[in-house]
Ligand binder design. Structure first.
Ligand SMILES: [Mg+2]
Length: 223
């Protein structure tokens, strides 16, 4: 399937929708990025929930400056097929969910690397539609879901994205999860209606239960 930049290009079935972030959710990011940095004599230290200020030289301990962080991230994304792999149980869980729901990826990676990402996801058998955009995620999920009377869920590791979707699609089930365990303790605690999932098995159960509950509400009680 193609990389698309607008939700208008995606056709959904008459069934629940799962919108899913990529980095740290479907694909590992922090762990392979750390290995990549080490191959260049830097390390990423889990000291707080950010990259900037936590990347240090293995040679003299100095912190990498902002411009350099962006430059390294860019090289990493351009070569992501050499480094990134699916988070544990991501592929199996998404395939199982896709039997009863539409799955759409929503990634905010710089647009110039979308082709590489599409190819990599396809290689892992993750041929679901992918929207690639650096715009806030809430309005995109709103356009995609289009106020259908069907369940919708959003999975992401970044609270800002989850809150954006909460603002624009109040009925959306919000799940936060991340593959990397070293940085997880530094993630801001989930607020509002955001549910924290430990891993993909947990996320799968949360989503299935949500879809089943929504379905049972559709069935009129027998008199
Ligand atoms: Mg992410």
């Amino acid at each position: 399937m193609d990389v698309v930049t607008s939700p208008h290009h995606i056709t959904l079935g008459d069934r629940p929708l799962v919108v899913c972030d990529i980095d740290e959710v479907v694909l590992e990011f922090l762990s392979p990025f750390t290995v990549f940095l080490r191959s260049h004599n830097y390390d990423l230290l889990p000291r707080s929930f950010r990259l900037h200020g936590n990347i240090v030289s293995l040679l003299d301990g100095s912190e990498m400056d902002k411009e350099q962080v962006y430059a390294f991230e860019d090289v990493f994304f351009a070569n992501q097929h050499l480094w990134q792999k699916p988070a544990e149980r991501a592929v199996e869980t998404l395939h199982a969910l896709s039997v009863d729901a539409d799955v759409v990826f929503l990634t905010a990676m710089p647009p110039r690397h979308h082709g590489v990402r599409r190819k990599l996801l396809d290689q892992f058998g993750l041929a679901f539609d992918m929207i690639a955009s650096e715009e806030p995620k809430g309005p995109i999920v709103a356009k995609l879901h289009n106020r259908r009377d069907l369940p919708v869920a959003f999975v992401d590791d970044i609270q800002r994205n989850l809150l954006s979707v909460a603002d624009h699609v109040p009925e959306c089930l919000l799940v936060t999860m991340m593959a990397n365990t070293d940085f997880k303790p530094f993630a801001p605690p989930p607020i509002g209606a955001i549910l924290a999932a430990t891993d993909w098995d947990h996320t799968g159960n949360i989503l299935r239960q949500h879809f089943a509950t929504a379905k049972s509400k559709d069935v009129s009680p027998v008199a």
